[in-house]
Design a protein around this ligand. Structure first.
Ligand code: NAI
Length: 247
């Protein structure tokens, strides 16, 4: 893509210090956005922001699961960078366990980070986006939120919850010029999936029609498209980017 279609806009990427979030932050930076990298660790967020293409990026420490921190962080972001045009809710965790052994904390922590976190940031940016009658919100869900997965009841529930959140936000804000979509990645090579054993990867590849794991850039390019002007007539959609796993 040669154009810088997000030139001058401010974009927030939660969990942007590494993995898919970092890739999305870089893609949005290449599109001309000034990126607020939000992470639990402020130092890694700032370090990641400093490495992005172009100028004007900044890192912010925030636990997305905590609404008070999210509201305060949004205020700091707008003070430092200006009004927010793009929000990418990417922060997420796994705490896998079989149902019988799953602890309350394992369920609650995953829902708090993955689902409540996206709600917290979406609610925080809503007033400004509605006032400006423009904005794009992108949630990173998972194919697991569409299909379910043994051993991931907490994670799959949180990611399915994001599907409902995405469609509700899309309906509620459409008349104000704000779009909301989601990407459902399949298996993408990151720290999160590095924990898989070779046998697990072999098993996965059998279920992926394109026959390979995905790369961060293959999510980032789609994210850039969905928050940009090329997708101005797309809202409320869940786009699987998964090598054909879920059709
Ligand atoms: P990752 O573990 O490399 O990165 C996640 C980032 O989110 C980390 O920087 C982490 O510190 C941050 N984070 C987690 N909880 C947070 C909180 N409460 N507040 C602030 N930041 C927080 O994971 P990866 O693979 O890059 O995943 C990114 C997103 O994509 C996640 O939502 C994940 O569920 C989703 N996803 C990943 C897939 C994969 O194959 N890697 C597949 C499908 C979805």
């Amino acid at each position: 893509m040669g154009t810088r279609e997000l030139e001058g806009s401010v974009a927030i990427v939660t969990g942007g210090s590494r993995g898919i979030g970092r890739g999305i932050a870089e893609a949005l930076a290449q599109a001309g956005a000034r990126v607020a990298v939000v992470g639990r660790n402020g130092d890694s967020a700032s370090a990641a922001a400093a490495e992005l293409t172009g100028e004007g990026h900044a890192g912010f420490a925030c636990d997305v699961a905590d609404p008070a921190q999210v509201n305060a962080t949004l205020a700091s972001i707008e003070e430092a960078l200006g009004p927010v045009a793009v929000l990418v809710n990417n922060a997420g965790i796994t705490r896998d366990n079989i149902l019988m052994r799953m602890k309350d904390e394992e369920f609650d922590e995953v829902v708090a980070a993955n689902l409540k976190g996206a709600f917290n940031f979406t609610r925080a940016v809503t007033r400004g986006m509605m006032k400006r009658r423009s904005g794009a919100i992108l949630n990173i869900t998972s194919v697991v939120g569409l299909t379910g997965n043994a051993g991931q009841a907490n994670y799959a529930a949180s990611k399915a919850g994001l599907v409902g959140l995405t469609k509700s936000v899309a309906k509620e804000l459409a008349s104000r010029g704000v779009r909301c979509n989601a990407i459902a990645p399949g298996f993408i090579r990151t720290d999160m999936t590095d924990e898989l054993t070779e046998a697990q990867v072999e098993g996965l590849l059998q279920q992926i029609p394109l026959g390979i794991l995905g790369e961060v850039e293959q999510i980032a390019g789609v994210a850039r498209f969905l928050v940009g002007p090329g997708a101005s007539y797309i809202t409320g959609q869940i786009l699987a980017v998964d090598g054909g796993m879920v059709m």
